[in-house]
Design a protein around this ligand. Structure first.
Ligand code: AP5
Length: 185
């Protein structure tokens, strides 16, 4: 199974990604987690992206593509992936599609977790993991603005390909998981 999760910051991509990966027995690949691991390890790439992530801006496409591409090539050896946080721009989606089709690893489904902005603001305010991009309401707003401007246009791209599943993701994590599984059946 190869699934891409789309949604606003705080929509529940990480929460559902972990559960779906377990359900389908494939790796969960999160672009945000990969970037934070580089930052925590103090690698050159982590140093390059740290300030960008802290401001809620998008990391340049080339950097994200290289790091996610490596992780997906590993994941696919285990039979698939649940990918969360990537692609996030039309350019990322276009380039990923060009690479995925000849390799036969394009997504089976794109799951969009739809949650209103006020609910995601509450969820992010309630998360206390010490993430550099959660504490400042202006940074959270910037992440939301970029989601609407850069990522939402992907919905039309995937709808056109007939693989988009739009999920009401306002409920509890278990409710959302049920909604996702029902949409994939
Ligand atoms: P990333 O890590 O992808 O962050 P995000 O998209 O902002 O999403 P979050 O991780 O905050 O939320 P989520 O949707 O995973 O929800 P979660 O399950 O955690 O990216 C971080 C940064 O990295 C970006 O801003 C950018 O700088 C950079 N980046 C990453 N990918 C990139 C790319 N492709 N291109 C360029 N830059 C990139 O849940 C959130 C909270 O809500 C948790 O506390 C959770 O417990 C709770 N929760 C979850 N579901 C529910 C529910 N149903 N009900 C109540 N609470 C819930």
């Amino acid at each position: 199974m190869r699934i891409v999760l789309l949604g606003a910051p705080g929509a529940g991509k990480g929460t559902q990604g972990t559960a779906l990966a377990e359900q389908f027995g494939v790796p969960h690949v999160s672009s945000g987690e990969l970037l934070r691991a580089e930052m925590a390890a103090g690698t050159p790439l982590g140093g390059e992206v740290g300030d960008i992530v802290a401001r809620g801006e998008l990391v340049p496409d080339d950097l994200v593509l290289s790091i996610v591409g490596r992780a997906l090539n590993e994941a696919i050896k285990s039979g698939g992936y649940v990918l969360d946080g990537f692609p996030r721009t039309v350019e990322q989606a276009r380039r990923a599609f060009e690479l995925a089709v000849p390799a036969g690893i394009e997504a089976d489904f794109v799951v969009y977790l739809a949650v209103p902005d006020d609910i995601v603001r509450e969820r992010l305010a309630g998360r206390h993991e010490g993430r550099v991009d959660d504490g400042d309401p202006e940074v959270v707003q910037r992440r939301l603005d970029l989601f609407h401007a850069e990522t939402e246009p992907l919905l039309a791209f995937y709808r056109g390909r007939g693989i988009l599943r739009e999920i009401d993701a306002k409920g509890t994590p278990d409710d959302v998981r049920e909604n996702v599984l029902a949409a994939l059946r």
